[in-house]
Design a binder for this molecule. Sequence first.
Ligand code: GUN
Length: 291
Amino acid sequence: MEIIDGKKISNQIKEEIKVEVDSLKALGKKIPHLAAVIVGEDGASLTYVGSKVRSCKQVGFNSTLVKLAESITENELLDEIYKLNNNDSIDGFIVQLPLPKHIDEQKILLAIDPNKDVDGFHPTNFGKMALNMRTFIPATPYGIIELIKRYGIETSGKHTVVIGRSHIVGRPISILMNNKGQGGDSTVTVVHSKTKNIEFYTKNADILVSALGIPEYVKEHMVKNNVVIIDVGITRVKDHKTEKGYVIKGDVDFDSVSKKASYITPVPGGVGPMTIAMLLKNTLLSVGMRS
Ligand code: GUN
């Protein structure tokens, strides 16, 4: 069994990005600039966005954090989006999800200029991804594909089972792993909350991607020997023994499942760190596409 070290790979990718930024600087070219919009005070979202901004500094990007009150109206938020769309100094931006309930998420995502949509959530970019065209790939699934490629894991002809059909992870990873090409060419089954007998499918998976959000849901008896496990779960579970008052748990019961796996991503330190690295990669791509 080999543990897939997302922390190490994400640091390598950030180093690669930094080298490119340094050469842009040396040539007197524009420095990539990423903006992040956050609405409200959700603890996890604030942590993620904080890490995104910190990582920009690490690789030499400029960054802007647009922090808005929970009470902002949909129209006011749309105005902020239009400002970012029209601000030429900004190469790409993201709107951190989830948004407060009174705001229509789809309306907001549709308002983002697809050329600056470094999350890859706009239907134009999502459609391009589904057609295997060059575009921004949502950062978490993009990170999974990158891990699979850098560890030399064979996907062609394999049976990949994806647990969950979210727009951010489950749906896009199912498309990417089924697309033609390296990291793809897989036969993909997507199981979800309405699937009968999920175990029937997971037991037949060569590669299992779990993006469900239920801590330690995947148990040893649900997988076959030599399975490749990609655990996308990051759930905060209360634990008063820790300083923060919680621990982060994945979807997979690591101790038992890792005994059967050929490769497995840990939580934390697996898929999580890759998300930010790939967001930075998308921002660099945006600079290339816009200049
Ligand atoms: N919320 C959870 N994951 C993500 C992500 O990748 N991008 C954005 N914008 N919000 C998220």
